[in-house]
Design a protein around this ligand. Structure first.
Ligand code: PLP
Length: 457
């Protein structure tokens, strides 16, 4: 097929997610056909080789073109492309993978429920929290607290949990059972006189007030990412997680830790829960579970929840929750091969060391720029946030689209992909774990050049 034919079919037929539909149909937004990829590079049909510093959507953690995973998928497809996992059925791959996940998860975790993507896994989580409270005889304890700027998916419940306006607007979301509390973003705090510790205390006070307002006996769960991801790549302020966990414990509120981005090594530890000492009741996993070689997600359930779920089926019969593709054999085979590769190549520790180098190099190159307000990150997550005026921390008008401008310039000048985060003035980096120090140098130099082109020196 010729490129212009594909381009026409794309605009005529393909409903792209998270896309300005009208602009795309009019040909005003880019249309790019990706053909092949290897390591940290992707290549389009025109032969443009691009350094993917966002690992797809922070998911191709082991890098592109891994033959071991492709071979495992092919072998599984030939032996058994599909069978369901209902009423006790499984495959060697799905059973092995559940064991491998539990071997890596925090000690209080007990079982894995498999889904397809992060959104459906979080839908599962909320249903299980509700089921749990119904079995315990407290049907009024159902509301879920999420954070503004958290990202947890884009279904009806998960789009409600997501604390970004774009995901609510015109969809009649959030639903009533979801309530939001402060985003733990120290840089964007309202009161600039607050220290980091004071800001943490303000986040905790906001949560306490929300619980008091709604009534603790109506709040079932709290969901959060260890490091806020799509909402701007924001590591928690000092003391945040221990203080939040203490509040949740006090009010008997379950903790769902969404590790879709941070799970399997992105922060330089196997889970973000390990890094921040989180004791989750459920951990959400997706993306890095298969490095996106096939769709697969999971809900890792704690021992304390599992005991109640089990009891529930004795009282009510089989649990009425399942997807046709739960524990799909091809996804499971990809997951097994992916986790083996992460171990063999010691990629979690590389994510930690090369991630520290990325963050320190980005800081060194950009922190003094008059329009760079913040450079922050953890492991292989890094964000640069732009401001109009640094001293007064005045932001640009979102209509100026500084983030998208810098990311488009970075791509045009140096063929490096970074993500303009939904918050308009931020640029995010989340490269594959196999990134080298030389590639870090390339990304940082290209970013500094793009910032200079758009915002001057
Ligand atoms: N949770 C987090 C933290 C995410 O970053 C995402 C996606 O980016 C999701 C959930 C939703 O995952 P999916 O897009 O696979 O449904």
């Amino acid at each position: 097929l010729k490129n212009d034919q594909l381009d026409q079919w794309d605009r005529d037929n393909f409903f792209h997610p998270s896309t300005h539909l009208a602009q795309h149909a009019r040909g005003e937004s880019p249309s790019r056909v990706i053909k092949t990829a290897s390591g940290v590079h992707i290549e389009d049909r025109d032969g443009n080789k691009l350094l993917d510093a966002f690992a797809g959507l922070y998911c191709v953690n082991v890098g592109y073109g891994r033959k071991e995973i492709a071979d495992a998928i092919a072998a599984q497809a030939q032996e058994l492309a599909y069978y369901h996992s209902y009423v006790g059925h499984g495959t060697e791959a799905s059973i092995t993978l559940s064991k491998m996940i539990l071997d890596r998860a925090p000690a209080n975790m007990s079982k894995v429920y498999f889904g397809l993507g992060g959104s459906d896994a979080n839908e599962t989580n909320i249903k299980l929290v509700w089921y749990y409270n119904n079995i315990l005889g407290r049907p009024e304890k159902k509301k879920i607290i999420s954070r503004w700027r958290g990202y947890h998916g884009s279904g009806l419940v998960t789009g409600s949990l997501t604390g970004l306006e774009l995901f609510h607007k015109k969809f009649d979301l959030p639903i009533d059972q979801v309530k939001h509390t402060l985003a733990p973003d120290f840089f964007r705090r309202d009161d600039l006189s607050q220290t980091e510790e004071q800001f943490t205390a303000a986040c905790v006070a906001d949560l306490e007030e929300l619980i008091a307002r709604e009534g603790a006996d109506t709040i079932a769960g709290f969901i959060g990412e260890p490091v806020l991801g799509t909402g701007g790549i924001v590591p928690p302020p000092k003391g945040y997680w221990p203080a939040i966990q203490a509040v949740l414990k006090k009010h008997d509120i379950l903790l769902i830790v969404d590790e879709v981005v941070t799970g399997f090594g992105r922060l330089g530890t196997m889970f973000g829960s390990d890094k921040y000492g989180l004791e989750a009741d459920i951990i959400t996993i997706a993306k890095g579970l298969t490095s996106a070689y096939a769709p697969l997600s999971g809900s890792i359930i704690s021992d304390r929840m599992w005991k109640v779920l089990e009891q529930g089926t004795d009282e009510n019969g089989p649990i009425g929750h399942g997807w046709t593709y739960s524990a799909h054999p091809i996804g499971a085979a990809a997951g097994v091969a992916n986790l083996k590769l992460i171990d063999e190549l010691d990629l979690v520790s590389n994510a930690g060391t090369v991630g520290a180098y990325l963050n320190s190099s980005m800081k060194e190159a950009l922190a003094d720029h008059p329009h760079v307000g913040d450079v922050r990150g953890e492991g292989l997550l890094c964000a640069v946030e732009f401001v109009k005026d640094k001293d007064s921390r005045t932001f640009f008008d979102p209509a100026d689209k500084i983030g998208p401008q810098v990311s488009a310039t970075l791509l045009a000048q140096d063929k490096v992909i970074a993500r303009a985060m939904p918050q308009a003035d931020m640029l995010g980096f989340a490269p594959p774990f196999c990134l080298t120090r030389d590639e870090v140098d390339t990304i940082v130099a290209a970013t500094a050049r793009a910032v200079k082109t758009v915002l001057g020196s």
